[in-house]
Design a protein around this ligand. Structure first.
Ligand code: NBP
Length: 472
């Protein structure tokens, strides 16, 4: 086989096939291989691939032989052991300077390990986050490549060509070395969890507190999508709420079981926040909220024993809907502040040179959290590249200050009526704690010193002190 392909791809499930077609559509010749050969054949013979520069390969050796040097091969296989298995098969066939790209949802620690192993073998490894699911892969994803700058210089032009474009700019930048790309992609998913949960809580208040119909809610979300909340998630929420089940004539949301699934990236984001000691409570609450939702039979049984809330709303509904809008945006700012603070901490810990402002720009297209709001984040980092927290930026600070009355009314009404809003509450508490020069931890330190002689610092002089508390 003559080495004519510009790039190779291993793994022809939904993401791999769509990415391969996207790459071929941009004029690159792509060699493809799949563990199960029949899947590769069916794909290469499909009408979608027909006539495109796609080269089917029966074996890994054929794939390697088909690609120009230095070779770049994208793995789009199931995350975890399959990635290691495919790397183990590829490795003996590759030559110094060749590049393996892992485009799946791998854990960044695995990416760091693979990076060390492959670098030692003279190969380049690029752990690359690819967002946007099937649609993104086919028509333009947001791409978050990690790895060396040298490897990015080779593969970057292809990734930029196939990525989503917003205002003519590709939604792809080099994120940083080793695990940076996968870390940022995982954090994107964590923010997505929080964003979705916040919208769902606002929806539940509209329904359970205000008694709005699905149609009314659809109209409200559609109107919000014209302003600061303009985003893909608000847009699809309006669309979802407007749809009716043909079988029952009921709004679609009413016939869907309220039990959410998850694939684990929200959990990874929260675990990273815990490991790095970064407060990301709203992201974690969103993960816990899915876990709570999954206890469906238990919740139904508990409602019979503990009794459900009986909310009563006695105010001005239209004014409360406006409050919900401000509460949602203020909470969303906190969730993004947590996500960006987490990336900043990881950047410091692992020595990545990730540009946070540019990260916000590549999330404007080809991914689930795409939103107008992301431009404001870029502007914040342009104003102050060393910004510690988005809440400190003048634009976001002013917005939250203006919206906090509404935010407190919303959270207060939910709590008073026994309606759960874990993400909205946690975002407000995050804001209130972050702006408190003095918190409660003086007592915690005293307790730790009392039972474990852990010592404490004093407010009036330097040093660490211990008190014989039992002495009184
Ligand atoms: P899957 O995650 O379902 O993986 C299937 C692919 O992995 C097939 O090519 C399969 O080959 C191969 N594979 C190998 Br090699 N070993 C496997 C094993 N032990 N078990 C199962 N499959 C194995 O594919 P996908 O949904 O296209 O996703 C690819 C990557 O992209 C994943 O990391 C995923 O998390 C990520 N991702 C997916 C989406 C999405 O919307 N689906 C979005 C963003 C990111 P075979 O044909 O021989 O079984």
């Amino acid at each position: 086989m003559t080495a004519q392909a510009d790039i190779g791809l291993v793994g022809l499930a939904v993401m791999g096939q769509n990415l391969a077609l996207n790459i071929a559509d941009h004029g690159y010749r792509i060699a493809v291989f799949n563990r199960t050969t029949a899947t590769m054949r069916t794909f290469v013979d499909s009408k979608e691939a027909n006539g495109k520069p796609v080269v089917g390969c029966d074996t890994m050796a054929d794939l390697v032989a088909a690609i120009k040097r230095p070779r770049a091969i994208i793995l789009m296989v199931k995350a975890g052991a399959p990635v290691d298995e495919q790397i183990a098969l590829l490795r003996p066939l590759l030559e110094e300077g060749d590049i393996i790209v892992d485009g799946g949802n791998s854990h960044f620690r695995d990416t760091q390990r693979r990076d060390r192993e492959l670098t030692a073998a003279g190969l380049h490894f690029m752990g690359t986050g690819i967002s946007g699911g099937e649609e993104g892969a086919r028509n333009g994803p947001s791409i978050m490549p990690g790895g060396t700058a040298a490897a990015y210089a080779k593969v970057g032009p292809i990734f930029q060509a196939i990525s989503a474009k917003v205002d003519g700019e590709p939604c792809c930048i080099h994120i940083g070395t080793d695990g940076a790309g996968h870390f940022v992609k995982t954090t994107h998913n964590g923010i997505e969890y929080a964003d979705m949960q916040l919208i769902a809580e606002v929806y539940s208040l509209m329904r359970n507190l205000l008694g709005l119909s699905a149609k009314e809610m659809a109209g409200t979300f559609a109107a919000w999508n014209q302003g600061d909340l303009d985003s893909y998630l608000i847009e699809i929420t309006a669309d979802i709420l407007g749809q009716v089940d043909e079988e029952t004539g009921k709004p679609m949301v009413e016939v869907i079981v309220d039990r959410a699934g998850q694939k684990g990236t929200g959990q990874w984001t929260s675990a990273s926040a815990l490991e790095l000691g970064v407060p990301a409570p709203t992201i974690a609450e969103a993960v816990f909220a899915r876990a709570l939702s999954a206890l469906k039979p238990e919740r139904v049984a508990a409602e019979k024993i503990l009794g459900a809330a009986t909310p009563k709303f006695t105010g001005d509904k239209a004014a409360f809907v406006d409050d919900l809008k401000d509460a949602l945006l203020a909470s969303k700012i906190c969730a993004y502040a947590q996500g960006f603070a987490l990336i900043q901490a990881a950047k410091d810990e692992f020595g990545w040179d990730t540009d946070l402002g540019r990260v916000s720009m590549i999330w404007r297209g080809g991914c689930i959290i795409r939103a107008r709001f992301l431009n404001r984040i870029k502007e914040a980092y342009d104003r102050d590249p060393a910004l510690k927290n988005l809440l400190l930026d003048p634009y976001f600070r002013a917005f939250v200050e203006k919206g906090q009355g509404a935010w407190r009314r919303v959270v207060g009404a939910a709590v008073a009526n026994g309606l759960p809003v874990p993400a909205l509450v946690s975002a407000l508490s995050y804001y209130d704690a972050y702006r408190s020069g003095r918190l409660w931890a003086d007592l915690i330190q005293a307790q730790r010193d009392y039972f474990g002689a852990h010592t404490f610092e004093r407010t009036d002089r330097e040093g660490w002190f211990h008190r014989e508390w039992a002495r009184g």
